[in-house]
Design a protein around this ligand. Sequence first.
Ligand SMILES: Nc1ncnc2c1ncn2[C@@H]1O[C@H](COP(=O)(O)OP(=O)(O)OP(=O)(O)O)[C@@H](O)[C@H]1O
Ligand SMILES: [Mg+2]
Length: 493
Amino acid sequence: MRLEVVDDADWHDEAYRANDRGLFYARQIVGQVVSLAAALLGLVGTAGVLGVLHPALLPLLLLSVLPVGAAAVRTARARFHSFKRWNILQRRVRVFSWLLLERDAAAELRSDTAQGALLEEHHRLTTRIAEEDTRLGVSSAGLTLAGRAVGGIGTGITYSALGAMLIAGWLPLAAGAGAVLAIQSAQSTLTRLVDVSHMVYEHAMWVDDLLAFQERCRALQPRRSGLPAPETVKTITLDDVSFTYPDKDTPALNGISMTLHAGQTVAFVGVNGSGKSTCARLLAGLYEPQDGGTVRWDGVDVLDMDAESLQARVGCVLQDPVRFPFSALANLTVSRGTLTEADPQRALDAARASGAEQVIAGLPGRWEALLSKRFRGGQELSAGQWAKVAVARGLYKNAPVLLLDEPTASMDPRAEHAVYEAVLRDNPRPDQITVLISHRLASVVACDRIFVFDAGRITESGTHQELMDLDGEYASMFTLQAAGYRAEAEEAA
Ligand SMILES: Nc1ncnc2c1ncn2[C@@H]1O[C@H](COP(=O)(O)OP(=O)(O)OP(=O)(O)O)[C@@H](O)[C@H]1O
Ligand SMILES: [Mg+2]
């Protein structure tokens, strides 16, 4: 599934519904179709008996069953639409329940006394679910009652007609009792038929919903065809690249153009929400440019390349990296798509450069230590220690493009310095493009080129010195940060 899909709440609702209903009923519907066939066969038998007694009895029978059938179809539709609303609420309840139980949120919930607020929201949602249930119950009961009432009148008509036929001599008096029995048996078979078909009808709507969702998912798959991305890349060119998130009005990126060369380290800086991470995700092939903009690797449009092979060429340390509940080693190897196969030397090099080596050395079980308290025997790391593991994961991939999105934000100053020394200075790879996103401008001073983002556009670009000489936004941000350090240094002196 393409990445932008996860930002589409409707898609999540559909996925929840398909999982909760569609898959469940898809398994049940086969048995129900068999019951339907059995009920049909039973009906053919009793209808045959009635037909022999008198053909006029057959249409009369329908009078009592059709209203019940019509009510059942209406109820099935009402249930389907009600469950759609119900599922949306249910998914919300799940999200809140998860927040209330999940250990990542536990400390903040307690310290903010937000727990009460969440419980209240949980209660509000479950009340709405109960209201939805009641609404459905009342409307279904009303419909069923109406169906039965009209059906009852139909039954009355059927028996009156039978009486009239007996009096008129259309039927021999002796066949009357048999006819009553046949009518009763046909009615019960028909009622069973209506029950089963209404269930099949309702569940078929869910299976249909599941099939439509599967169809939608197929259309949202990443590109699986095209050229494989090259092993190495000399230049990456972004030309007039724009990107707007689903259901957003303003673009996150608006006409970005830049060229990155192998051997270069470039930096993206700018205020919160200016588009740096979005641009990094586009470079990583995680999003596709919109409105005719292009991203080219050595002149080849990435849209002509297989998406997965492109992503394999980009090592990412994204903002808020995932804390995989795997062993320390698997936390690195997962970037090369495996939890079981490892290159020990490469793992060691990556851990050394990122500072994760010391973290792992301090864990009972070392590389085998399970990094998750969710499971027995698991261990937890501090935020900065996790950041080191995430950088190690990015380095372990050893890809021609390396994206580091605020990788050191939670590291101590020494660890941060060590990462920059190791990643940006000690290991310069002539064939690698490194993109660094950072709010600490001291760390981008040595970058070959700095791009300043503002509201989805690049407003300034150049080396640190060029941007300082320009005396624009970058110079003002840099001076502000430097002044903070200087003032503290002066106070200390
Ligand atoms: N998943 C998303 N769905 C919708 N809008 C998003 C999403 N991610 C980011 N945005 C919006 O896109 C714009 C750019 O966000 P982006 O994350 O690229 O900024 P950034 O420069 O990395 O900011 P920061 O310094 O805070 O990390 C912002 O207005 C943000 O609100
Ligand atoms: Mg960001």
